[in-house]
Design a binder for this molecule. Sequence first.
Ligand code: PHE
Length: 342
Amino acid sequence: LRQKYLEAIANAADEAALEAIRIEALGKKGEISLKMRELGKMSPEERKVMGPALNALKDEINAALAARRAALADAALEERLKSEWLDVTLPARPRRKGTIHPISQVTEEIVAIFADLGFSVAEGPQIESDWYNFDALNIPPEHPTRTEMDTFYMHRAAGDDRPPHVLRTHTSPVQIRAMEAHGAPIRVIAPGRVYRADYDQTHTPMFHQLEGLAIDRDISMANLKWVLEEFCRAFFEVDHVELRFRASHFPFTEPSAEVDLRCSWEGGTLKVGEGDDWMEILGSGMVHPKVLRNAGVDPDEWQGFAFGIGIDRLAMLKYGIPDLRAFFDSDLRWLRHYGFAA
Ligand code: PHE
């Protein structure tokens, strides 16, 4: 009997098999339980021998069951540890950090420089009415600029005759909004996205401008020149810069000037302030009296300058990037190559 059960226990493969053996031997109708019940019918001499023997057997089987149960649990744990182990000596996987896009970086730099010069930041919507984008800036409905600029027009529902909104073609409408909101005197810059239907190596349908506006009682082109020189020295981190003002035309400024920066390209690297090249960097002028009036500012009392800088152009110059489109491809390899991404 003893031999039979101890062998069965030793061979039991799992918890369920052990329980079956326990019931077979020690359950209510188990083999050993029945034998113990028969003790009463035995003679005292027999009982004296069989009683302790059965009790000892019962204890031995219980102990064997417990030992086998523990051994099975150990083996199961061993199995699990084999499949679930963790190598804490493995080096951590490198995590890629997000970085600031070069255009955002350059925008922040430019804003910081103009903040030092006393300009605060103004904003306007990218979907703009044609009043703010064109008419208020003295660009009449039939003006060729409206098509020259290749404006993106927002469509109105059929039967809606109101003039369509546009994706703003420049940041100049923010001049109007800022003067309406704050009046004169005023000194603001307005960085932001602008849109034109244009696409080649130096033009993308979305790009970035930074508008500047300074209105006071006696502001002149001389102030404009000084502000732009200070800005260029700070932005390109050079002591000396030279700007060239070329007469130009914008409907919203009079007189108007495009501004070029003296520079040289030696072996593909830009040097600012020396050399024989001139790089166009912005449009500017004295704000047209009609524009002031359209924005609720009295041109008999106030005057000032405005300018519009191409932010992407400045970023290309600063980082020596030949193709503007690469800025907006979201190609991580390109961004990493120029150190703009980790
Ligand atoms: N808005 C002009 C452009 O987009 C630039 C400009 C701004 C010119 C302000 C003069 C004054 O080209």
